[in-house]
Every structure is written in structure tokens, then in C-alpha cells.
Design a binder for this molecule. Structure first.
Ligand code: PNS
Length: 161
């Protein structure tokens, strides 16, 4: 069988991107020939940053990963995966508490798109406790988030203090 190009898709809300997300993106990048990091644009969550701002922050913070494509998508993840010809969806798994939701989502996505594989990556243990929502709360209440997010995100969070 001819070598198949591995096109990875790492989707998420990224509101905002954290050091944990970047750790996963870097791991996914090593596995793929081409990696797309995509912000979900569905209006299902109360978000702090606009889609354009989240895309911009991802672009700025993944500059060290050549040829990573940053985008946003509307609608079903599997349809976007088909559109960009991705054959792997990457998701980060931090703890057992993530597992049930991720497992369900992986099975739904695979039943909607037979040719996609879902690969779970585990971040460096120093990022295991990070989530965008807790970072937003710490920043809103004036706490120091410098160890949790890249500098660009830290700056962007300052306007919400
Ligand atoms: O960072 P998040 O919020 O955990 O990411 C969740 C995401 C974007 C991967 C998920 O909500 C998603 O895939 N949304 C697109 C809509 C969709 O395809 N839903 C069906 C999968 S259950």
C-alpha cells in the first residue's frame, strides 16, 4: 500500500488557547504530515474571545510550528474533516474526567465518518490541570496566569480584568 499522507485536525473552542493546548498541538504536529488546528464557530458556548481573536491568538502562538494551518469551522466536525481531507482527529486527554465525553464524541464522529480515526494525546503532566475556563476566571479575578498561557494570550486577557 502506498504511503498515505497523514492530515491531522485538532479541533476545539480555544477560548483562549492555553499552554496545554499548545503542548497537544506540538505532539500532533510531530505525528502528521500536515496539521490543521481549527476553532469551532458554532454559537453553543458563552465565549470570551471572538472567533477571529481566537484564530489570531492561535496563529501567533503556533508560529514555531511550520505549516500548521489555523482556521475555524461551522457545523459538524466530521464535515470539516472531510472538507480538508483529514484522516486523524486529535484530542487532548487530561484526566479520567475528560474520558467519558471524549469517548462518546469519538464514537459519534466515527459513526458519522467511517474513514476518520480519533487519536487521544496526553499533555505534559505540568499542564494536566489547565482549562480555558479556569484560566479565564483566574485572569478575571486578577490572578497571575503567566505560567498557564502564552504571553500573547496573557496580554489579551488583561483587557477583561
Ligand atoms: O475545546 P472543546 O470545547 O472541548 O471542543 C469541542 C469540539 C469543538 C471538538 C466539539 O464541540 C465539536 O466537535 N463541535 C462541532 C459540532 C459537532 O461536530 N458535534 C458532534 C460531535 S459530538
Amino acid at each position: 500500500m502506498a504511503n498515505k499522507k497523514i492530515i491531522g485536525l485538532y479541533p476545539g473552542s480555544f477560548d483562549p488557547v492555553t499552554n496545554g493546548h499548545l503542548d497537544i498541538a506540538e505532539r500532533a504536529f510531530k505525528i502528521c504530515d500536515e496539521l490543521h488546528v481549527a476553532v469551532v464557530a458554532n454559537p453553543s458556548k458563552n465565549s470570551l474571545f471572538s472567533i477571529a481573536e481566537r484564530v489570531e491568538l492561535l496563529k501567533k502562538t503556533t508560529k514555531h510550528l511550520p505549516k500548521v494551518v489555523i482556521s475555524s469551522f461551522n457545523g459538524l466536525l466530521v464535515n470539516y474533516a472531510k472538507e480538508i481531507k483529514a484522516n486523524i482527529i486529535f484530542r487532548g486527554l487530561r484526566a479520567v474526567s475528560d474520558f467519558e465525553f471524549e469517548f462518546q464524541m469519538a464514537l459519534i464522529n466515527r459513526s458519522l465518518h467511517k474513514d476518520i480515526e480519533v487519536v487521544f494525546l496526553v499533555p505534559n503532566e505540568k499542564f494536566i490541570f489547565l482549562s480555558s475556563s479556569s484560566i479565564k476566571e483566574v485572569a478575571r479575578l486578577g490572578g497571575d496566569v503567566s505560567g498557564f498561557v502564552p504571553h500573547e494570550v496573557q496580554k489579551a486577557l488583561q483587557k477583561f480584568k
